[in-house]
Design a binder for this molecule. Structure first.
Ligand SMILES: [Zn+2]
Length: 156
């Protein structure tokens, strides 16, 4: 019979680490999204002709109705801030030198939201839901075909 433990510190355990390595491929639609971002500095989404939802980044199929999609809809560069948070702790658990503000933005022409940094959030007015923002794409010679080709969202 299995015994139910009421505290994780009271079970038998041994310390250790497990090295986990992985590669994540962006897929067909993701490749098209990152190529367009790197080569043209634009954001491509996918609009579902069946249910009308527009995804960003682009998708190969609709998660709502399973219709086949194409990466053929430019969205943004403007958008609306729908949520944000401020991070003070890094991935290693230590404090960050500077807090990082991350925002969820619904780009113009899209229904899905995109998460990225908010650039210079410490202006005169406090950050607010519904605020207009604009995507800032890095200069062409700095782009590598990654999500970091986007520098972040600039407040408008
Ligand atoms: Zn759909």
């Amino acid at each position: 019979m299995l015994e139910k433990h009421s505290g994780p510190d009271r079970v038998r355990r041994w310390p250790g680490t497990i090295p986990v390595l992985h590669r994540y491929t962006p897929g067909v639609a993701g490749e098209t999204f990152f190529d367009a971002l790197r080569d043209r500095g634009v954001l491509l989404g996918s609009r579902c002709g069946t249910c009308g939802f527009t995804y960003v980044p682009a998708r190969l199929f609709c998660e709502r109705c399973f219709a086949e999609l194409a990466a053929d809809t430019e969205v943004g560069p403007g958008g609306e801030l729908v949520s944000f948070t401020i991070g003070f702790v890094g991935l290693n658990g230590g404090p960050l030198d500077e807090p990082v503000t991350l925002g969820l933005v619904r780009l113009d022409g899209a229904d899905a939201v995109l998460c990225h940094r908010i650039l210079d959030p410490g202006g005169d007015e406090p950050l607010g839901i519904g605020q207009r923002v604009e995507v800032v794409v890095r200069p062409p010679d700095e782009r590598t075909g990654s999500i970091l080709d986007i520098a972040g969202f600039r407040l408008q």
